[in-house]
Design a protein around this ligand. Sequence first.
Ligand code: CA
Length: 496
Amino acid sequence: MMVCRLTNWARRMPLSLLLMAVLAIAGCQEESEPQKLPNIIVILADDMGYGDISYYNEESKIPTPNLSRLAEEGAVFTDAHSPSAVCTPTRYGLLTGRYAWRTRLKKGVLVGDSPALIESERATLASRLKELGYVTAAIGKWHLGLGLDDPVDYSEPLVPGPNSVGFDYFFGIPASLDMEPYLYVENENAVQLPTEQIAASAHRRKSGGGFWREGSVAPDFRHIDVLPELTDKAVEFIQQRSEQDSAEPFFLYWALTAPHTPWLPIDEFRDRSEAGYYGDFCAQVDWSVGRLLEAVEQLPDRDNTLVLFTSDNGSHWPTDDIERFGHRANGFFRGQKADIWEGGHRVPFIVRWPSQVSPGSKSSQLVCLTDIFATVNEILGTSLTANEAEDSYSFLHALLGQPSKHPVRDSVVHHSFDGMFAIRRGPWKLILGRGSGGFTEPKRLEPGSGEPVGQLYNLDDDPGETENLYSEKPELVEELTALLDQYREQGHSRPL
Ligand SMILES: [Ca+2]
């Protein structure tokens, strides 16, 4: 078999060259079985924190055996960041490789009846993979707007939507699970129109159970069924790919709706954790991931399947929840979802790819979810043009454990719920403002006379962001401010 003959020299070649060579040889030798490009699965949890997964936090009060096993079998990144501290802009960044604050969305998130955010001409991870012959699917929470109408008319075809930006198939919900309208969408149509009304859930987040806003709902829609339903759909997709034994590789973007509110663990998971409904729901997320991984095990090319797990922002877990449960959902980082502090955007990031990535790998390289686009491009051997993935750097060499003189990226821009900016370079993090910029009080702090107008932390010495060095390092503040201004004004942060 050609594949067997390749194995010895394969280790010495850059992956993109290897794939090109394999394809070229396959074209010349019709009797040989061509090497497939890898299947790619991106699992995006919604609001799962760095400290929820026991692999990242030995003191986690939540059992996460499947995620911990995935981490042990792959590479774990410890300095990975969502490009925003909230949902919509992170999703935009992941799929386009570009910071969402460059779009019309300058802060906050879209709602359930917002029109499409991704520009029609823009390349996405899905469109790039589709061009190269991948079968592409998005299953789960979209939250990137649907159609052109504002508000969306769900009785009409929802164009543009996921199918317009490169996905052959979509099944999921329009926005967050606590955000109306409550319905499923399949490809470009509502599965069932939201013709009924539902009152706001009586349960606020702390009293357990679910929280959702009042609004319109499809008659058969039940919030508690959504995570199991989306799990079934994703497993079904993998099983179909397995059975078809098709020559085409696939890309699955599986955007979970959990553990975002409403926290609705099914009965089997009640009291599974020591962190209340939230922890039980995280345990159910872990189980859902485990079900998907079981399906992956059955794939004929299981070893050439890249599974990436991450989260779209930190956990919504304020200090009183930490005190109540003794559980640090965001690890030892400051703040929570929506904040500019690390708790808002430092996320778990795990990549398993058995044929290429050594089990037990660890990387402390600075990476961002926008980097998935450039990394996949390098795997495919394709290049980026100047008007795509403007904020994306490949982390392939870090993933493969190859020594490199270059870090994945020198710096990254952070962005909070209310539009506060920060820039990180090396250990230094400059925040342009005082307060959290998100959910933690004080959200915005007006500096008194003579007080610093921003925040500067050295994360090597002070990962908890406790000692503001802004006033002590004026030259560094000036330099980092200029770099951030440059990235904002020139429309890209990677060299073009
Ligand atoms: Ca989220």
